[in-house]
Design a protein around this ligand. Structure first.
Ligand code: SF4
Length: 108
């Protein structure tokens, strides 16, 4: 009978972790970017460049605190590649890490 070592445990854990990541990466391959003209993007006030958000219309992103909000630090964002990522609020489209929408929520 073999005794599982700490190394075996860590190796198995790493393999399971890597396997869990594969579906997300595969899903993102070839996925189109969310266009600002997309009805969902319009409804959420999404901009690829967060600096272009109309802060009069979306005061959540106004001021010093609002200026720190980006897709890349939103709790719904999962970085993929080239500054683009998945957003659980917007299925089937990639959003820009430098972007923003009114559904932004902090990560902590
Ligand atoms: S919910 Fe978050 S990640 Fe998704 S588009 Fe809005 S700010 Fe970006």
């Amino acid at each position: 009978m073999s005794k599982q070592t700490r190394r075996d445990f860590l190796h198995t854990g790493a393999a399971l972790w890597a396997t869990a990541l594969i579906p997300a990466i595969t899903v993102a391959e070839g996925m189109p970017a969310l266009e600002e003209t997309d009805p969902l993007a319009i409804a959420l006030g999404y901009k690829k460049n967060a600096a272009e958000v109309d802060t009069a219309k979306y005061p959540k992103r106004a001021g010093a605190s609002g200026a720190t909000q980006f897709c890349s630090n939103c709790a719904l964002y999962v970085e993929q590649q080239d500054g683009m990522g998945l957003c659980t609020a917007i299925p089937g489209k990639l959003v820009a890490g430098a972007g923003w929408c009114n559904a932004w929520i902090p990560t902590t």
